[in-house]
Design a protein. Structure first.
Length: 210
C-alpha cells in the first residue's frame, strides 16, 4: 500500500477529530443556535473553508457530533442487561458504565442533554429509532426478573429514568457539584463515591435477595 495514502488518511482523521472535538465543546457550551461554523473552525485551528470541506453545513456537523455521542453511549450500554446475570451485578455495572461515560465524555453528555432539553428538535427521530428499542429491551429484562421474584415490582421505565438522571448529572451538572464541594472539578474519588452510593441505593431498593 502507498505510504502517502496512509499519511493522507491519518492527517484527514486527525483533522476530522480536531473539528469534532472543537464542535462538541462549543455545542455543549453554546447550544446549536449559539455555535457558528467560524467559531468551530477557529477553535480547531483551521480555516472555515477547510472545515466546510469536511462538513458542508452546521446541521451536518451537529448531526455527526450527536451520532458519535449516541454511538459511544449505546456501545457502552448494549450488553449490560443480561437476563441470566444477577440483577445486583447488572444494576451496579449499569451505574458504573453510565458514570464512566459522564466522566470520560462530559462535553458529549452535555451536547446530548442540551438537544433533549431543547425538545430534541434535530435528533428526535434518531432517539426514537435507537434509544427507545434499547430501553424497551432493558425493561423486558427487568420485568422478567420481577416475574421470577428476583427483583421487587417497580416501574422499570422510571427505574431507568432515575438511573439516567443520577448518573448523567455527574456530567451535565458537574460544575454545580464542584462549586458545592469547593474544588475546581470533580475527581476520581467523587466518581467512586457516586458509583458506590448510587449502586447501593438502587440494589437495596429493588433487589429482593439483598
Amino acid at each position: 500500500m502507498d505510504i502517502h495514502v496512509n499519511d493522507s488518511s491519518t492527517r484527514r482523521d486527525k483533522l476530522e477529530n480536531a473539528i469534532l472535538g472543537a464542535a462538541t465543546r462549543l455545542f455543549a457550551e453554546c447550544g446549536f443556535e449559539g455555535t457558528s461554523i467560524a467559531a468551530v473552525a477557529e477553535r480547531a485551528g483551521i480555516s472555515k473553508q477547510n472545515l466546510l470541506y469536511y462538513f458542508p453545513t452546521k446541521n451536518a456537523l451537529y448531526q455527526r457530533v450527536l451520532d458519535d455521542v449516541l454511538d459511544d453511549w449505546l456501545e457502552r450500554m448494549a450488553h449490560l442487561a443480561d437476563p441470566a446475570a444477577e440483577p445486583a451485578d447488572v444494576l451496579r455495572a449499569y451505574v458504573a458504565a453510565k458514570l464512566r461515560f459522564s466522566r470520560e465524555q462530559p462535553w458529549a453528555s452535555r451536547v446530548y442533554a442540551m438537544e433533549v432539553i431543547g425538545g430534541a428538535k434535530f435528533y428526535g427521530d434518531q432517539i426514537r429509532a435507537r434509544v427507545v428499542p434499547l430501553l424497551r429491551r432493558d425493561i423486558e429484562v427487568f420485568e422478567g426478573w420481577m416475574a421470577d421474584g428476583r427483583i421487587a415490582r417497580v416501574d422499570a421505565t422510571h427505574l431507568l429514568f432515575a438511573l439516567w438522571a443520577m448518573t448523567q448529572s455527574y456530567a451535565d451538572f458537574s460544575a454545580q457539584m464542584a462549586l458545592v464541594l469547593d474544588k475546581p472539578e470533580l475527581d476520581t474519588g467523587d466518581f467512586e463515591h457516586a458509583q458506590q452510593l448510587i449502586g447501593d441505593m438502587v440494589v437495596r431498593a429493588v433487589v429482593t435477595s439483598v
